[in-house]
Ligand binder design. Structure first.
Ligand code: PLP
Length: 465
């Protein structure tokens, strides 16, 4: 293990002391992300493949790949070597100049997208979406349609933490106390077949969830709408998988009204869906694609906004302000680009995208065995990611209580399995367990995850039906 090692070869006593000291500092100084204060956080010290080791030496299977991101698994020495080599060679130049890893990476991403795209690098998924919104507005301004400033996204979707990306986000719980956010964001209902917002069943469905965009664009005035932003499936908002043909219909509606389709591939990209990008499953060519997490498998911070090359033409200088007047210091730094290139090389050499698809199919089959369980309302999968929607009552679909969801998560943890749940999108609806394991998971580990989940579900009191 490299880096800062919290334990020594010393006695258990010494290790306990080290842990206590760290916990004291944590309680005093560390502001944890997205959580109510915890006096007893898990402190991890190392990772290998799918497994994390905490400060007490306990091992846990990381079934969420961190936050849907460590796709190639933990502890890759090739990644560390690529990072070290690049740091020794060139630490930094701003991207007003150029450097080799950025050039190679931009070209590689464009190749993976299968079209001609220009790539703008930033640091996070939120940044990548902000850039997409700014580029879309500026593009329309510069082609003589300056009134197109609005974006349409979906309720339950998450697009990031910054004022614009949070404006696009459709999760009330994440927004209140921070509003007003970036303006010009409208929301439509999600393609949520299990709880169809249009009251339809599979038989009566006319894909109203896609058609609604047409309506909303007309109501808003097509000349005011710049873009739509969608994830191929809504991931963090509850693994909401649209009906087949949805994205294609959405793209047709965009084209009809001259609206740009922005596809947020922050989670679905780089193999999570079993394809290079999530939208590849639907035969749609987006105008703008945003990506982060799986781009480096979280070994270094990096995101990208890929823009159709012909849109870039309007940013070639005609007046003094036609270029994209946006900079971020660290975006596309040599270290992160070198790490991303190595990550993509590993995905290719080890055929991990194919593996993700195969593991996903096995996971779907194994989870199917849980569908009769009294607490399981719906199971939704996309590539190697799954959502298990828990209910208290299968008839009424009353969502499982936060307490029962927490019990299942804790019970899995006790058995060495770390799973996730959807963000608290609507009060009372944080009831979707999520899985998005690294692509180096073994088939046996897939089976173990499903059986561990079943044991955990069985610990819920039967009276909750
Ligand atoms: N878009 C999606 C779909 C995400 O899931 C996330 C983060 O979870 C983001 C954007 C924002 O990414 P970041 O946390 O890197 O800013």
């Amino acid at each position: 293990m490299g880096g800062i090692e919290p334990t020594t070869q010393g006695t258990q006593d010494t290790q306990d002391t080290v842990k206590q000291r760290l916990l004291e500092k944590d309680r005093k100084h560390l502001w944890h992300h997205m959580s109510v204060h915890s006096d007893d956080p898990m402190i991890f010290v190392s990772g290998e493949g799918c497994w994390l080791t905490d400060i007490d030496g306990n091992r846990y299977f990381d079934a969420m790949s961190g936050l849907w991101c460590v796709n190639i698994g933990h502890g890759r020495k090739e990644m560390a070597a690529a990072a070290a080599k690049q740091m020794e060679l060139l630490a930094y130049v701003p991207l007003s100049h150029s450097h080799v890893p950025a050039i190679e990476l931009a070209s590689k991403i464009s190749g993976w997208l299968g079209g001609e795209y220009r790539i703008f690098f930033s640091n996070s998924g939120s940044d990548a979406n902000e850039v997409a919104f700014k580029i879309a507005r500026q593009y329309y301004d510069q082609i003589g349609q300056p009134n197109r400033y609005k974006f349409i996204s979906r309720h339950r979707a998450y697009h990031g933490n910054s004022m614009g990306a949070l404006g696009a986000t459709g999760q009330a719980q994440r927004k209140f106390k921070y509003e007003p956010l970036g303006t010009g964001f409208q929301h439509v209902p999600p393609p949520y077949c299990y709880r169809c917002p249009f009251g339809k069943s599979t038989d009566s469905c006319r894909m109203e969830c896609a058609g609604i965009y047409d309506q909303v664009i007309q109501w808003e005035g097509p000349e005011t709408v710049a873009g739509l932003i969608v994830e191929p499936v809504i991931t963090g908002g509850g693994m909401i998988v649209p009906p087949p043909g949805y994205l294609k219909k959405v793209k047709e509606i965009c084209d009809k009204h001259g609206v740009l389709l922005i596809v947020d591939e922050v989670i679905c990209g780089f193999g999570r869906s079993g394809e290079k990008f999530g939208h590849c499953n639907y035969g749609v060519g987006p105008d703008i694609v945003t990506m982060a997490k799986g781009l480096t498998s979280a070994y270094a911070p990096l995101s990208a906004t890929a823009v159709r090359a012909d849109l870039y033409d309007s940013f070639r200088e005609r007046s003094g302000t036609d270029h994209f007047r946006h900079v971020n210091t660290f975006g596309g730094n040599p270290l992160s680009c070198a790490v991303a290139l190595k990550n993509m090389e590993i995905l290719e050499d080890e055929k991990l995208i194919q593996a993700s698809g195969e593991l996903g199919r096995r996971l779907s089959e194994r989870l199917l065995g849980l569908s009769a369980h009294r607490t399981v309302g719906d199971i939704r999968t996309f590539g190697f990611a799954a959502g298990i929607e828990l209910v208290e009552d299968k008839e009424t679909k009353r969502p499982a209580s936060a307490e029962n969801v927490a019990k299942v998560i804790e019970s899995c943890k006790q058995r060495g399995l770390l799973i996730g749940k959807n963000g608290d999108t609507v009060p009372g609806y944080a009831n979707v367990l999520t899985l998005a394991p690294p692509f180096v998971t073994t088939p046996e580990e897939v089976d173990w995850m499903a059986s561990t989940l079943e044991i955990a579900l069985n610990t819920l009191p039967a009276g909750d039906e």
